[in-house]
Every structure is written in structure tokens, then in C-alpha cells.
Design a protein. Structure first.
Length: 248
């Protein structure tokens, strides 16, 4: 019986085939992950479209004077883009700050307090919220946007269903603390968000797992995550700790 002979060429061919197979498998996994992220983003836009079709949504937008008539809805539809509200304290009730815009505003050290359904669809894109305290009740911060905002050292509090479908794309939450109730933080856009030294331990692991991104969010060894949430398995990026952050 002739024994099979293995040459260097045969070994190289075998290695090449194995490498191609592994590369194909890795590509398939990356593509599946990308499709899953796109599916999450599609759900986000479907929910946003459904929200916009609600009759009361348009009725609210057509009532610009409501904030002056109803003290509970403080700063309803207010436009404070670029405002300097550093260290200010503004206290509101039900629906406060809903549809308000604080784009590029200076809210460093500011305290904004609302009740149920407060901060819904509010915009803080590009705002300075370093060491700010934002407090809302049940369903607060839904669809709110903090794209590219600096929330370093900020403390954000909300009740059940808070922060659903919110936007934290490119936001800096280094050293921030998010204290949120049950079913909060579902399907949030965390594309490129920074969570180094942040305290996310009060967020449901399932809710955190439902968040989506293309560019992985970052965290470090000091980031506090909910039990049973594996950031590695979810594609988050571990970075080197930079030490004590604002507010800590």
C-alpha cells in the first residue's frame, strides 16, 4: 500500500484553503452583524414614523403657546439653541421641555428637572452638558437627541420606558451616570458613543443589548455595566482608562 506523500506545496495549498475558509467565515459573521444592526435601525425609523403619525403629536406641535398656559409643560417647544445656561436650575412638571431645542447650548452644571413624559423629542445635539443633572419621570427622554453632545460627569435620571429610541450618536458620556427605570433605554442609537468610567449598571441588560450602532461604542475597565451584559459579545470596544473624569 502506497503511503500518501505530503510536500511543502501540498501543505501550503492546505493552509491557503484553510485561510480562505476562515476569511469567508469571518466575512459572513461581519455581514450578519451589519445586517442585524441595519435591522435595528429600521425598527427605530419605523417607530419614529409611527410616532409622527399620531394625531396628538401634530396637535401638540400646532400649539406653540402651550408652555405659557400650562405650567406643567414648561419650555414646551422652546428654542434655546446656542443659549448660555451654565449652572442654571430650571424646574418643570409633566411634559416639561418636550420638543425643546438646546442645540449647541452651554448647559454645563445645569439642573433641568421634569416629570412624566418630560424631555420627549428634545434636542441637545452638540450641547455642553458636562456635570449637568437631567431628571425626568416615566417615559421621559423618548426620542430625545444628544448627538455629539458632551455629557461627561452628567447625571441622568428617568422612570420606566425612559430614553426609548433616543439618540446618543457620537455623544461623550465619560463618567456619566444613567439611573433609569424598567424597560428604559430600549433601541437607543449609541453609534460611536463613549462610555468610559460611566455607570450604566441600572440599565436592563436586555435594553442595552437592543441598542444599535455601526461604529462600536467605547468603554473601559472602570465602566459599570449591568449584570449579564457582555460588551465584548455585543461588539463594544474596550479602551485604556484615562483616570478620574469630570464629576468624580
Amino acid at each position: 500500500m502506497t503511503r500518501p506523500q505530503f510536500t511543502i506545496r501540498t501543505a501550503l495549498v492546505a493552509m491557503l484553503i484553510a485561510g480562505l475558509a476562515l476569511g469567508w467565515y469571518a466575512t459572513v459573521r461581519r455581514e450578519n452583524a451589519r445586517v442585524a444592526r441595519l435591522a435595528e435601525r429600521l425598527k427605530y425609523f419605523e417607530e419614529a414614523l409611527k410616532w409622527s403619525k399620531q394625531t396628538d403629536y401634530w396637535e401638540r406641535l400646532a400649539t406653540p403657546g402651550r408652555s405659557s398656559k400650562d405650567k406643567r409643560s414648561l419650555l414646551w417647544l422652546a428654542n434655546l439653541d446656542g443659549a448660555n445656561l451654565k449652572d442654571a436650575t430650571i424646574l418643570g412638571g409633566v411634559g416639561a421641555f418636550t420638543n425643546a431645542s438646546f442645540v449647541d447650548s452651554n448647559l454645563q452644571g445645569t439642573t433641568l428637572t421634569g416629570g412624566t413624559s418630560s424631555f420627549q423629542q428634545s434636542k441637545f445635539d452638540g450641547a455642553n452638558l458636562v456635570n449637568a443633572k437631567l431628571t425626568g419621570g416615566v417615559s421621559a427622554f423618548q426620542y430625545a437627541s444628544f448627538a455629539n453632545a458632551d455629557l461627561s460627569g452628567a447625571v441622568i435620571t428617568g422612570g420606566g420606558a425612559a430614553f426609548q429610541l433616543a439618540n446618543l450618536e457620537g455623544a461623550k458620556l465619560i463618567g456619566a451616570k444613567l439611573t433609569l427605570g424598567g424597560a428604559a433605554f430600549q433601541k437607543v442609537n449609541i453609534n460611536g458613543a463613549q462610555f468610559q468610567s460611566a455607570d450604566l449598571s441600572m440599565i436592563s441588560p436586555d435594553a442595552l443589548a437592543s441598542c444599535y450602532f455601526d461604529t462600536p461604542p467605547t468603554y473601559d475597565e472602570t465602566t459599570k455595566l449591568p449584570a449579564q451584559f457582555d460588551p465584548v459579545a455585543k461588539g463594544w470596544t474596550l479602551v485604556k482608562s484615562q483616570g478620574t473624569q469630570p464629576g468624580h
